[in-house]
Design a protein around this ligand. Structure first.
Ligand code: SF4
Length: 450
């Protein structure tokens, strides 16, 4: 009897977590990047899908209620988001509440990491709450570089993919614009207000224009926004120490989870650049091409010609995708850099070379550790005044990153700090960040900044 129960539980995971057609459903997107997530919802709406971003972090107690404390913190936060949303919908709609109308969007990643298990765990929790077993979970996976095949009709995939990628990159550049202008704003609060309005404008722009493929009109809107943002800067405020952030993508990007570390660093005199979301997307595409290349070599060596051909075609597909992504990314960054000198993203191939140079780490190990370690070395090489590693408490790749970066940064005399989060407030955290900024300021005084 117990065995039958277990098999049923696994069937629920395979049948109600997957690449389901999201048309006609209300698509619920958890907020990670407070700008990019809303732009992505705008893209879905532009393609006729009723998508919205759920309010975030307010359901943390619910997330904690259904977890043991051993799960990754982003898993707990996102679980709380969906549970609270469903609770409020049930209360709002009463007898009209129909769980089948919703689709919860939770992508995943493969590799030696637990991100691939969030949606399975969320499935188990939703199944334990009467009615919510009918809410299906739509997913994308890093295994195919987050292809949306299966979620939307085949005919729309190419167009959707192009615009969705641009929306993520615009999310990144708006964030970089904010970090570039906020430390130098004429009046406190101007930059935050400006960026909230800019996010709404861009989300509307994506919702309005996506199906007609006019990425250029979206970029024109972006150019206008950047020119307005530039006016917020007070040119009389002297340059500040430059700090680079690396770490786990969700917590370093999600303001509530990281208790707005960037604002705290700015409070103590920093200008900050965080690693981007685009970097991770480019990495997953790069890694698929890299794995196909390895398979191609092995198949050729073993004279498996049929498999070698498949590997070659896969390699070609992901290499072309990556080139396309880089081209789009450069186009977007160029629009902003015409007016404001924001930092560009590292190319993934370059980051792999950085790791190979001194045999510091390997892309064979995978996870974000290879991006974080290489990016921190690049920050140091460029003359940044300090590096911060932001991550969820117990995060495996980030602890690995920390163990490698700490001695390396000490050797290079670059101030470095780990900050981990699990939803609790640590009274000493602000003092630690303030001390780190003091060290960064000393570095700035001695060496200047890029
Ligand atoms: S990167 Fe860290 S937080 Fe994210 S799934 Fe892996 S172990 Fe968990």
């Amino acid at each position: 009897m117990e065995k039958v129960y277990q098999l049923d539980a696994f069937r629920a995971i395979s049948e109600r977590v997957g690449k389901f057609n999201v048309e006609g459903k209300r698509l619920l997107i958890p907020e990670m990047n407070r700008i990019g997530s809303h732009l992505m919802a705008g893209v879905f709406r532009g393609f006729g899908i009723n998508a919205s971003v759920m309010e975030t972090y307010k359901g943390l107690d619910l997330g904690k209620k259904f977890t043991s404390g051993k799960e990754c913190f982003p898993c707990v936060v996102t679980l709380g988001d969906i549970l609270l949303f469903m609770k409020k919908e049930k209360e709002r709609l009463g007898a009209r509440f129909d769980p089948e109308k919703y689709m919860y969007f939770m992508p995943e990643a493969s590799g030696p990491c637990r991100f691939g298990m969030y949606n399975k765990y969320h499935r188990i929790v939703l199944d334990s709450i009467p009615g919510l077993e009918k809410v299906r979970i739509a997913t994308l996976t890093s295994d195919d570089a987050y292809s949306v095949s299966g979620l939307i009709p085949q005919a729309k995939i190419q167009d959707f993919r192009k615009v969705a990628y641009v929306s993520l990159i615009i999310g990144d550049v708006l964030d970089r614009l904010l970090w570039k202008i906020r430390p130098y704003e004429r009046e406190e609060g101007m930059a935050d207000k400006f960026i909230s309005e800019a996010t709404e404008r861009m989300a509307e722009s994506f919702a309005q224009y996506s199906p007609k493929k006019p990425i250029s009109s979206i970029l024109e809107e972006l150019a206008e926004i950047v020119q307005e943002g530039k006016k917020i800067v007070d040119p009389n405020i002297p340059q500040k120490p430059l700090i680079g952030i690396v770490g786990e993508i969700y917590v370093r990007t999600h303001l509530k989870s990281n208790q707005d570390t960037i604002r705290m660093l700015e409070k103590y005199g920093a200008e900050v650049i965080n690693a981007s979301v685009g970097e991770w997307i480019n990495y997953t595409t790069y890694d698929q091409a890299r794995l196909a290349k390895v398979a191609l070599k092995l198949n050729l060596k073993a004279f498996n010609l049929k498999e070698a051909k498949e590997s070659f075609l896969k390699y070609l597909k992901y290499t072309l995708n990556l080139l396309y992504q880089y081209r789009q990314q450069t186009k977007v960054y160029r629009v902003v850099r015409n007016y404001v000198d924001i930092e560009e993203d590292h190319k993934i191939g370059h980051l792999e070379k950085v790791l190979k140079k001194d045999n510091t780490f390997s892309f064979e190990v995978g996870t974000e550790a290879c991006l974080s370690i290489a990016a921190a070395l690049e920050y140091a090489h460029a003359g940044y005044n300090g590096v911060v590693n932001i991550f969820p408490f117990t995060c495996m790749p980030s602890n690995l990153t920390s163990s490698i970066l700490k001695p390396l940064m000490a050797k290079k005399n670059i101030p470095f700090i780990d900050v981990s989060y699990d939803g609790s407030f640590q009274p000493g955290r602000e003092a630690a960040l303030r001390t780190f900024m003091y060290q960064a300021y000393q570095h700035f005084k001695r060496h200047g900044r890029p």
